[in-house]
Design a protein around this ligand. Structure first.
Ligand SMILES: O=C(O)C1=C[C@@H](OP(=O)(O)O)[C@@H](O)[C@H](O)C1
Ligand SMILES: C=C(OP(=O)(O)O)C(=O)O
Length: 443
């Protein structure tokens, strides 16, 4: 299975520092979470779809490849915009055999197996070395509960084979989704194509990343699927047709986090254009988070602008709804004047890496004062110094290192190329944000 190793994987990227206010407009490519939901729904639909300005990154290219492997056409179409051509998705009969490379993408490893169950033949799944330790058990058990055969060598882990019979009975299912909202999203996305639809009930500790489940429900309604989510922790998807889409993908608001953080660290202002007035993306939580940390945040017709005020406070926050923002928030907290307590994020231990451990280790390596708790981090003010910031093949660890490096001279980020998971253009956009014509320059 592919595990891209480039020169950047081992090289240490010297993170640029800034010594004055920043001033830039940073246009960001499409949302990973939306692009990968749309690809799955378009493959399950009974008519073609057009995805406008889809994200092209490792996670979404793997999803496109997975859908092609199961019989769906995904082709470039139309004029090339700032972020490439549109994607035309032509659904075909779902069929194996196929080998699906999930990379390290949670969306691919969780969303594709229920689609594979609707196909015929053996569909094998594997991914990067760390993908094999990310939680998969609830999806495998759920598929078995729906009458699907799944064969794995290490219980509840990749690699495994889904033995598709061409149809899934569906019905009622209990699942523990406390380790990842993606278990719920995965089953709901395919649920309308199950013969009896799906009634899914979560049992266990709280489900994290609630906005991502809302995103799934809204995307399903956009393609005409009837979903009842009126009772907490219960979702009912009616069996029925899945319609096509013609949709503009919103910019990735979680990927906006490190760029907007630059204004919080350095002062000045950063604007991200096309920030939606309404969105289900968890990245929208940045508005409140940065406001609490002392920045001036304004959502206006042209986008979202964050202005640094010279103040940077720590915060006490439950980040369970928007856990993927934690690395950026932790990087800011490590530079803040007052302590922070980030809570409700035990599930981050099952992300690209154990993010709680990785953040504590890497910030402390630079002289920080971070303690891991069972479900979060306590980050106290400390004077940081330069050094290597390891990324653990985690795109958001790499960008957290870049945020700290703005203020702390001599930080180098190991494997900055891992940002290709969701933002292959990261270093270009970052360096452009800091160039003299847009800002005060770098040293
Ligand atoms: O469904 C999605 O697109 C996602 C759901 C969340 O997963 P968890 O609930 O596992 O945190 C989020 O962290 C991830 O980046 C993307
Ligand atoms: C948790 C993340 O990704 P994944 O979709 O691989 O779970 C993330 O992007 O922060």
């Amino acid at each position: 299975m592919s595990n891209p190793v480039s020169d950047e994987a081992t090289a240490h990227w010297p993170a640029p520092t800034v010594d004055g206010p920043v001033s830039a407009t940073v246009s960001l490519p499409g949302s990973k979470s939306l692009t990968n939901r749309y690809l799955v729904l378009a493959a399950l639909a009974d008519e073609p779809s057009r995805l406008r300005a889809p994200l092209r990154s490792r996670d979404t290219l793997l999803m496109a490849q997975a859908m092609r492997g199961l019989g769906t056409g995904v082709e470039d179409a139309g004029a090339t915009g700032a972020f490439g051509a549109d994607w035309m998705v032509t659904p075909g009969e779902l069929r194996g055999p196929a080998m699906i490379d999930v990379g390290l993408a949670g969306t691919v490893m969780r969303f594709v197996p229920p689609v594979a169950a609707l196909a015929t033949g053996d569909i094998a799944f594997d991914g990067d070395p760390h993908a094999r330790v990310r939680p998969m058990g609830p999806i495998i058990s759920a598929l078995r509960g729906l009458g699907v055969t799944v064969v794995e060598s290490d219980e509840g882990r990749l690699p495994f084979v889904v033995r598709g019979s061409g149809s899934v009975r569906g019905g009622t299912l209990e699942i523990d989704a406390s380790a990842s909202s993606q278990f719920v999203s995965a089953l709901l996305l395919a649920g309308a194509r199950f013969e009896e639809g799906l009634t899914l009930r979560h049992v266990g500790g709280p489900v994290p990343s609630e906005p991502h489940i809302t995103m799934t429900v809204e995307a399903l309604r956009d393609v005409g699927v009837v979903v009842d989510d009126s009772e907490p922790d219960v979702w009912r998807v009616e069996p029925g047709r899945v319609g096509g889409l013609d949709v503009m993908v919103e910019p990735d608001l979680s990927n906006a986090a490190p760029f907007l953080a630059a204004a919080v660290v350095a002062g000045g202002e950063i604007t991200v254009p096309a920030w939606p007035q309404y969105t289900t993306q968890a990245g929208d939580h940045l508005r409140d988070l940065f406001d609490s940390m002392g920045a001036d945040v304004s959502l206006h017709r042209d986008g979202l602008t964050v202005r640094g005020t010279g103040e940077l406070y720590g915060l006490d926050a439950d980040l369970s709804a928007a856990g993927e923002l934690t690395p950026t928030v932790a990087a800011l907290a490590a530079l803040a004047e007052t302590p922070s307590h980030l809570r409700g994020i035990a599930h981050l231990r099952g992300h690209e890496t154990d993010r709680l451990k990785a953040l504590a280790t890497e910030i402390n390596r630079l002289g920080g004062d971070v303690t891991e708790t069972e479900d979060g981090l306590i980050i106290r003010p400390a004077r940081l110094h330069g050094g290597v910031f390891h990324s653990y093949a985690d795109h958001r660890m790499a960008t957290a290192g870049a945020v700290i490096g703005l203020k702390v001279p001599g930080v180098s980020v190991e494997n900055i190329g891992t940002t290709a998971k969701t933002l292959p253009e990261f270093t270009q956009l970052w360096e452009r944000m800091l160039t003299p014509q847009d800002g005060p320059g770098r040293r």
